[in-house]
Write a protein that binds this ligand. Structure first.
Ligand code: IVH
Length: 667
């Protein structure tokens, strides 16, 4: 075939296939059988193979392209990607409507949309070509995930619109894809994703677009960042225009001229939600008129012209089969409810923490009971209440053991603590938890060494102390179940690489009581070497800002133990770096909003217990302290927050409510 003819044919095929793709993926109304589409695609592939110079960017063959990336590039959002403030009940919605109408002379019309539970995405088109797709990130800077977004078939690679157009929407994983993915993962003994949102986020974070391509993600577009030359006066018109341009918009949006209509829409979808083929977590209500939107304006975090109504946390009823005990790295014994598997908020729950013995008594929880459970912040399963009316008389009261189930030594209840503790420093359960902490992300960050592998290594007696990790041998690792050549090579490489970590990671990883990631960093910056820290006195330590009596005591006590000296000598002889490497650029790399931040919690929270909130913040690299000072970065205030709130306000500290915490945790 001559080149001219091939060019024409390729052009025609690309256009036709894109049209068919649009009908299939955007409109959900295919006009040709799959086999016909596949045949045309084969033809196109063949031609493109013969004439690679004729391949165009918008060819459907170009959706899964190229080699895996090394890292995602950062993308600056010219128009920040804000968040939404939340409403939890009718009254909040009415208040919002009042505020919205107060700001303008004329009557206000609203557009209600489903709040898709996925992740916010920005798509940029230049002169009709899809050139860039990015995550929201912190709202100002996101990550360039163009190659992954190209694999979403409902995103057009080209559109009929000149100039620059940056639009926004929500990428998500439909239920069907989510179930199939988790089934496959379980078959391969991989950890299933907790919910479709996590699965979507995890898929788009893959550096290899081939993985994202297999995940069958989808997207709904609902907003605009930059758009040169669009003459549009309402949000409704904008949705129409986006649809006209070939974007997938959610068909369920509705114009409402009164707040009563809005509430009706909310009530309807609260009931209908389970019948959708994707997850929603609320309803977004937006002022329709764009001029009125402008008049209402924005706060630092969100527009005043929109609000997100969040559905109440889903609850489920299930049976308590048993109560198991787990021992943490500091020896705290935590009872865990073993439940009949039940689905809540997109995932199956089989365990819920019961925190401590007092809580079990307070809630009168007995083995065999029927319980109402929910997920705190839609994440952590917890017991809401016991349905005592369902008792048959067969239920058994739970007795906390007097001895540690792992090592048999007597459990103690330390003064002022509700928790029972095993204080045997050689308790195998504690040692194992200590190792899990040591390799974790905010500590030594050893890739490929997850909780399961550490447990396996420990149970096989291949590791006992942290130093043993560096003595692992290829042959013994290969003998373990599910450990192939490649994973062993990678694992050994990451263990070796972790030797270079800066002092603060090692310090945090050692698991010294009261020393979180932030204190470890302060200590590393101040003392520079492990030697200096080992020799530091109580007075040297409290002289450091942010190090209080309790921490100083704990550090001195820790370093005075012979076992610790032995461990550190051992690690030294294995060539571990024991020095502070200087400011890390990884601080900025760590995209958690809490990374390196000091957070104070105050007031009563509805969805999280203090401990849950603390654990979540710490797991994202933040430090939770007890009192507000100039060093505090964020105060999270629940209901009836008192003096800490006033102080934070005086000091100009960022104050969040519980919902903001929840939103961040979810994202
Ligand atoms: S409008 C200025 N509309 O909810 C923010 N957001 O809690 C404009 N979301 O970050 C957002 N469905 O990721 C909007 N129909 C919808 C949405 C929606 C889901 C997400 C979005 C946003 C978050 C805010």
């Amino acid at each position: 075939m001559d080149k001219q003819k091939a060019e024409n044919q390729i052009k025609a095929l690309v256009e036709l296939l894109n049209q068919y793709g649009y009908e299939y993926y955007v409109l959900d109304q295919p006009s040709v059988p799959d086999a016909e589409y596949d045949e045309l695609l084969r033809e196109l592939r063949q031609l493109e193979k013969e004439f690679p110079e004729l391949i165009t960017d918008d060819s459907p063959t170009q959706r899964v392209g190229g080699k895996p990336l090394d890292a995602f590039k950062k993308v600056q959002h010219n128009v920040p990607m804000l968040s939404l403030s939340n409403a939890f009940n009718e009254q909040d919605l009415r208040d919002f409507a009042k505020r919205a109408s107060g700001g303008t002379e004329e009557a206000v019309t609203f557009v209600c949309e489903l709040k898709i539970d996925g992740l916010a995405i920005s798509l940029t088109y230049e002169n009709g070509k899809f050139v860039r797709g990015a995550t929201r990130g912190d709202g100002n800077t996101g990550e360039d995930i163009t190659t992954n977004l190209k694999t979403i078939r409902s995103i057009p690679l080209s559109i009929k619109e000149r100039g620059t157009l940056e639009i926004r929407g929500e990428a998500f994983m439909p239920h069907k894809s989510f179930l199939a993915l988790n089934e496959a993962r379980e078959e391969q003994e991989e950890e299933p994703f907790a919910n479709p949102r996590n699965a979507a986020a995890g898929s788009l974070r893959q550096l290899d677009p081939k993985i994202a391509a297999k995940r069958n993600l989808d997207i709904f577009l609902y907003g605009v960042g930059e758009w040169e030359g669009s003459a549009i006066s309402s949000h409704g018109e904008r949705l129409e225009k986006l649809k006209e341009l070939g974007f997938k918009t959610n068909p369920e949006w509705k114009k409402c001229s009164t707040i009563e209509e809005v509430i009706e829409y909310v009530t309807y979808w609260t009931k209908e939600r389970p019948n959708l083929s994707y997850e929603i977590d609320g309803i977004v209500v937006k002022v329709d008129n764009l001029e009125q939107q402008e008049e209402l304006g924005y706060t630092a975090r969100s527009p005043r012209w929109a609000i997100a109504y969040k559905f109440p946390a889903e609850e489920a009823i299930t049976k308590l089969r048993d109560i198991e005990l787990s021992i943490g790295r500091t020896g705290v014994v935590t009872p865990t409810a073993i439940l009949d598997p039940v689905k809540i908020a997109g995932s199956t729950v089989q365990r819920a923490t019961l925190h401590n013995e007092d809580l079990i008594r307070e809630q009168d929880i007995r083995i065999g009971d029927t319980l109402v459970i929910k997920k705190a912040g839609d994440i952590i399963p917890k017991v809401v209440r016991t349905l005592t009316e369902k008792r048959t008389g067969e239920e058994k009261e739970f007795q906390m053991p007097t001895d540690c189930p792992a090592c048999g030594s007597e459990l103690v209840r330390l003064e002022e603590e509700v928790a029972l503790r095993c204080i045997n420093p050689n308790c195998p359960a504690q040692l194992m938890e200590g190792l899990i902490h040591y390799v974790s992300r905010n500590a030594m960050n050893i890739d490929g060494l997850g909780e399961k592998v550490v447990m396996q290594l420990f149970q096989e007696k291949l590791i006992h102390t942290m130093a043993d990790l560096y003595r692992l041998e290829r042959e013994e690792l290969l003998r373990l179940e599910r450990m192939g050549e490649k994973s062993v090579t990678n694992l050994l490489e990451s263990i070796e690489a972790s030797k270079e970590n800066s002092l603060e990671r090692l310090l945090f990883g050692l698991g010294i009581r009261f020393i979180g990631a932030k204190a470890a960093k302060t200590l590393a910056m101040e003392f520079k070497t492990m030697d200096a820290l080992q020799q530091a006195t109580f007075d040297d330590l409290i002289a450091v800002d942010e190090i209080g009596d309790k921490m100083a005591d704990s550090i001195v006590q820790y370093f005075s133990e012979d076992k610790v000296t032995e461990l550190l000598d051992d690690l030294r002889s294995l060539n571990l770096n024991m020095e502070y490497n200087g400011p890390r650029k990884s601080e900025a790399d760590n995209d958690s909003i809490f990374a390196g931040k000091t957070v104070v919690l105050t007031g009563k929270m509805e969805e999280f217990t203090r401990n849950e909130a603390k654990e979540l913040i710490e797991s994202m690299g933040g430090a939770v302290t007890g009192s507000v000072s100039k060093k505090t970065d964020i105060l999270i205030a629940g209901i009836d927050a008192g003096s800490k709130y006033d102080k934070a306000q005086k000091l100009g500290i960022d104050i969040w409510n519980e919902q903001q915490l929840k939103t961040v945790v979810e994202e």
